[in-house]
Design a protein around this ligand. Sequence first.
Ligand code: 0O2
Length: 244
Amino acid sequence: MKKNKKEYLISMDNNLINKQYIDPKSDTFEKVVFLYDSAIKELKTKIEILQDEMKLFYGYEPIESISTRVKSSESILKKLNTKGYEPTYENLFEKINDVAGVRIVCNFKKDVYKIAETIENMQDVRVLSKKDYLKTPKKSGYRSYHLVVSIPVSFSEGTMYVKVEIQIRTIGMNFWASLEHKLKYKNDSISKGDSKSLEKYAKVINSIDDGMFTIYDKMSDDNDFLYLDAADDEPNLKKFKFKL
Ligand code: 0O2
C-alpha cells in the first residue's frame, strides 16, 4: 500500500533510534550523517544559484566562498557531554544545531545581511533561530551572523526537514575566527593577556572591514540596487527585479 507523504522534523519521527546511544561505527550513524549531508547539498545548491543569479543579472558577486561540513562524531559527542546531555540520537537531533554546517564568506557586512535576508525569505526554508554577532559580538571578539534553519529534503518515503546551521561572515571575520579557533577557542590554557590581544585584533579587523567598504562604496554605486538604504522602508523585493 502506498504510504502517505509525510513532512516531519528529523527529531520527531525516529522513535526507533531516538533513545539509542550514538555509535559512530554503526550503520545508523552512517544514515544519520547521510540525512545531514543531503540537507547540506540542497542548501549549498540554493546558495550557489543565488550567487550565479547575482553575477549574471547584476554583475556582482557578494559571496567569496561557501564551505560545508558534517560535524565529526567526536565533536558531536564532546558537545553533548559539555552541554550535559546523554549521547543519544534524540539529543543529537534536538540539542545540537550545527551537526550540518554551511559557512558563507562574503566581501562586506552589507553582503552578509543581504545573503541572510535572502535565505530567511526563501519560501521553503524554515528559520528556527538567528544570532547577529555582528551587531553584538561575543566576548571573545567573535563576529558572524548565525542562522539555524530547517531544509526540506525529499526521500523515497517523503519529505524530511533537516536542521542546518549557517554562519555568514566577511572575509575579515573569517580570517580572525579561523585563526582564533586554532589558537584559543578549544584551548583553555591560553593566557588572559593573549585573549585580550585576540579581542583587540577582532576590533582592528572590524575597523578594516568598515574602511575597505568605505573605499568600495565611493568607487561604485552601480550595485546599490541590490540593497536598500537603512532609512528606506520599502520591501527589498521592489528594488530587486530581474533585468532580462
Ligand atoms: P566548531 O568546532 O566550530 O563546530 P548552540 O550551537 O546554539 O546550541 P553555541 O555553541 O553556544 O550553542 O552556539 P553559537 O555561539 O552560535 O556557536 C556555534 C558555533 O559558532 C561554534 O561551533 C563555532 O563554530 C562558532 N563560534 C562561536 N563562538 C566562537 C568564538 O568565540 N570563536 C570562534 N572561532 N568560533 C566561534 P562549535 O561547535 O562550538 O565549534
